[in-house]
Design a protein around this ligand. Structure first.
Ligand code: CU
Length: 493
C-alpha cells in the first residue's frame, strides 16, 4: 500500500497536476480505475449517511429536514430542526471526483434550501435562494454534483437562517484526497453554540439589541451534538493509543462565536484549512477559528501524556471587566495502549500564487446602523439583501482566473466572518500588513475595526452569494451576489 500510494503521487507530479485545483492532487478521471482505489477510512465522531448507491464513485443519499427532539440536557428534550433526525446531520463522506446525489425533502413548516459550504460546484446546486427556488414545505429537490476538491466542509440551511440554523439544520462533509495520507484514525469535531432557556428550549429570538449587533451567542456549547459546558456538560470522550498519528478535523458551526483552539498533550501540526491540505504543515500553539471555518490537525500524543485535550479558548470578562480567555475542554482522549503508526504521506499541494500584481483591487466596506428605526447591515453602504423572493444586489462581476485583491473593512465594532460561495481565496494582509495565514479559505474573519485583504482567482463561473456568516447580519442586509464570468469557450452546464 505504501509503495502504491507513492507511485500514484509520482504519477500526479509527472502529469503536472496540482496547479489549478490547488488543494487536491488530481481531479476525477485521472486514469486510475475506480476498483483499485483504497476504501475511505472511517471518520470517528459522527454517523455518516446511508449510501444508497453501489457504485463506489457515487454517493447517493436521502436528506429530510424536519422537527426533532433531542435530549441535550437532563430533563425535557430540546425541540430542534434537524436533518434525518440527527444532530448534527449525517456526515457526507466522499472522495474527490465522486458524484453526490442528495434527494432532499422539506418536511418543515416553512421553505428552506441546503447550501454546500465550501464546495466549488455549479451555482445551480449551491443552495443559493437567489438561484434555486426555495423548497416549499412538503416539496423535494435533488442536488446532484461532482465534489471537485478534497477537504473538510459542511452543509446548512440558507433560508430563514436566524432560526433554522440555530435550531440545528447543519451537518459536516468530508471529501478525501484521491491519494489520501493514511492515519491511525480520523476524527471529526463539529462545534456549535445554542442558547437554551426555560425547560431546555431554544430561547426567543430578539429583533434588536446585542443579538443583532454582534450576532447571537449561545450559552450551551456543543461538540458533535453533545453539551460540553455547564454543570452537566462533559467533553466528547474517546481514547487514543500512544504512538498514534491521527487526523482531527474541526468544523466551526457556531453562529457568531469565534474562539481560540488548541490541543494539549500532543505534538500538533495544522495540515489543512477550509480549502484542503496545505503545501506545508505548520506548528502553532493555537489557532483562531471563526464561524464557518475549518481546520485539520495532525495529532501525535506526547510519549508521557495520559490524555490529549482539545480546548476552546473562549473570551469572557473577568472580575475586573478585562477580557480573558477561558479554556473549555471540547474533547478529551485518554491515552491507552500503543501502536506503531507509519508516517502519513501528504500529496503534493501547490496553491495559487499570491505574490502577484492583482488585476483588480476592490474595497468592500462592511457596516451596520439604524435606518428608519430598522437595523440594517450593509456592504459598501447598500443593504444588499432585501428579503425572500427579491433580487440580490450584484456587487461585482469578475473575469475568471485572474487574481483580484479585495480589502474587507469592518468600520464598526462587530466582527464579520465573511463567506464567499463557490470560490477559494487566501488571506494576504490585515490592516494593510502581510500576515502568515497559509491555506485556502472560503470564509475570512474580518474582526471589528479591522481590515483583511484576500486574494482570489475566482475560478468557478456563476452567480454566487457573498455574505457575513452571522445570520442576523446576513439576513438584515450583509449579503449580496457576485458574478464570475465563464472563461471564453466554456459552456456552462
Ligand atoms: Cu457580520
Amino acid at each position: 500500500m505504501r509503495m502504491y500510494l507513492f507511485l500514484l503521487l509520482l504519477t500526479g507530479v509527472l502529469s503536472g497536476c496540482g496547479n489549478d485545483d490547488a488543494a487536491t492532487t488530481t481531479a476525477a478521471g485521472g486514469g486510475v480505475p475506480p476498483e483499485v482505489l483504497p476504501p475511505l477510512p472511517p471518520i470517528e465522531g459522527l454517523t455518516p449517511f446511508v449510501d444508497l448507491n453501489l457504485d463506489p464513485r457515487i454517493v447517493e443519499v436521502d436528506l429530510v429536514a424536519r422537527k426533532n427532539q433531542v435530549a441535550l440536557r437532563p430533563g425535557i428534550a430540546t425541540r430542534l430542526l434537524n436533518y434525518n433526525d440527527q444532530f448534527p446531520g449525517p456526515l457526507l463522506h466522499a472522495r474527490v471526483g465522486d458524484r453526490v446525489i442528495v434527494h432532499f425533502k422539506n418536511e418543515l413548516d416553512e421553505s428552506t434550501v441546503v447550501h454546500w459550504h465550501g464546495l466549488r460546484i455549479s451555482d445551480a446546486m449551491d443552495g443559493s435562494p437567489m438561484i434555486q427556488a426555495p423548497v416549499e414545505p412538503g416539496a423535494s429537490f435533488t442536488y446532484d454534483f461532482i465534489v471537485p476538491d478534497a477537504g473538510t466542509y459542511w452543509y446548512h440551511t440558507h433560508l430563514h437562517q436566524i432560526e433554522q440554523f440555530e435550531r440545528g439544520l447543519y451537518g459536516a462533509i468530508v471529501v478525501h484526497e484521491r491519494e489520501f495520507p493514511t492515519f491511525s484514525a480520523e476524527r471529526l469535531f463539529v462545534a456549535d453554540d445554542i442558547r437554551l432557556g426555560a425547560n431546555n428550549q431554544v430561547s426567543a429570538f430578539q429583533e434588536s439589541g446585542p443579538d443583532i449587533g454582534a450576532g447571537r451567542v449561545g450559552n450551551t456549547l456543543l461538540v458533535n451534538g453533545n453539551v460540553v459546558n455547564g454543570e452537566t456538560g462533559q467533553p466528547f470522550t474517546f481514547s487514543i493509543p500512544r504512538g498514534a498519528i491521527e487526523r482531527w478535523r474541526f468544523v466551526q458551526a457556531t453562529n457568531a462565536l469565534a474562539h481560540g483552539l488548541r490541543i494539549r498533550g500532543a505534538d500538533v501540526r495544522v495540515i489543512a484549512t477550509d480549502g484542503g491540505l496545505l503545501p506545508q504543515p505548520f506548528t502553532l500553539e493555537r489557532v483562531d477559528i471563526a464561524p464557518g471555518q475549518r481546520y485539520d490537525f495532525e495529532v501525535r500524543p506526547h510519549a508521557d501524556a495520559t490524555e490529549v485535550v482539545l480546548e476552546a479558548l473562549i473570551q469572557v470578562l473577568d472580575e475586573n471587566n478585562q477580557v480573558v480567555e477561558q479554556p473549555i475542554a471540547y474533547a478529551r482522549a485518554t491515552v491507552e495502549g500503543e501502536v506503531k503508526a507509519e508516517e502519513p504521506i501528504y500529496p503534493l499541494v501547490e496553491l495559487p500564487r499570491v505574490d502577484v500584481e492583482p488585476a483588480e483591487t476592490l474595497q468592500w466596506k462592511l457596516s451596520g446602523g439604524v435606518v428608519d428605526n430598522e437595523v440594517q447591515f450593509t456592504i459598501n453602504g447598500v443593504p444588499a439583501y432585501v428579503g425572500e423572493g427579491h433580487e440580490h444586489v450584484l456587487l461585482h462581476t469578475f473575469k475568471p482566473n485572474v487574481p483580484v485583491a479585495i480589502t474587507l473593512t469592518s468600520n464598526v465594532s462587530p466582527a464579520h466572518p465573511f463567506h464567499i460561495h463557490g470560490q477559494f481565496f487566501q488571506v494576504v494582509a490585515r490592516g494593510g500588513a502581510p500576515v502568515f495565514e497559509p491555506g485556502l479559505r472560503d470564509t475570512v474573519h474580518v474582526r471589528g475595526n479591522e481590515s483583511a485583504t484576500i486574494l482570489s482567482y475566482f475560478e468557478n463561473p456563476g452567480r454566487w452569494m457573498v455574505h457575513c456568516h452571522i445570520s442576523e447580519h446576513s439576513e438584515k442586509g450583509m449579503m449580496a451576489d457576485i458574478q464570475v464570468d465563464a472563461p471564453v469557450g466554456h459552456h456552462q452546464h
